[in-house]
Every structure is written in structure tokens, then in C-alpha cells.
Design a protein. Sequence first.
Length: 143
Amino acid sequence: MSDTFTKVISTVPESTLLWEKRDEISEVLDGKLDVEFELDEGIIFVDCGGNLKEIICPDCGEMIDFDWWGQAMDGYFENDCKNPNFEVPCCGDIVSINDLIYNMPCGFARTAMLVENGGIDSETLSKLETLIGEELRVIKGRY
């Protein structure tokens, strides 16, 4: 049997606003969701575990090879996450590793909001995006 989780992250990897505004977020949620907040020293990859089926280039729509992506990830983290841009092998465009289309969604972040026992609806997500002032990404992981 696998474990599942839902995490909400900013689409701005360096952002710590979820952490900084955690008290305000908790007020907006008003006990409707059981959440925990995480803050990392640096940017981490927030993956969806066994839910990741494919990675697609946002410029040309072609699938990205997992081996190439793994090498790009290694390079990104070896460079202390300073340059997320890589030349993708499919079309030769320069694309941010954060902007690749992960099916199911994944992302890069310093902070995350872990939603216990379930997910988050689009209305609540929209309220949080307004509060934070950034687009948020919902990641549903399975391990």
C-alpha cells in the first residue's frame, strides 16, 4: 500500500512567502484544512513520487527523456540552483527546469504547505494565491 500527500508550493522557487505568511494562511483556512509548513535552507525538488509519468517541453510539446532530465537536475543542484535554464534536446530552446511540464505536477521550492488528509479545492487555492501574491502549484505525491 502506498502513502499519498498533497503539498502546495509557490511557482517562484526562491520564495519563502508561504512560510512568512503561515499565520495569515492559517487564519484564511480557519481550521478547514489540517496543514503543516516546511522551510528548507535551499531550493529542493518537490516531486510527486510514483505519480510522475512524463516530462514535456513547454516550447515544443515533445517528451523529455528521463535520463537527460536527471543529468539536468544534477547540474542544477551542483550549481547551487543558481541557473535553472537548460537547452532542451528536443527543440534546442533554453527552458527553465522549473517550467518543464511535469505530469503529474512537481516543482522547486524553499517552502511548502503540507495538506494533511486530502487535498485543497480551487477556491481555497485562489484565496491563498491572492494572499501570497504568487501563483501556487499543488503537488500530489504517491510513494
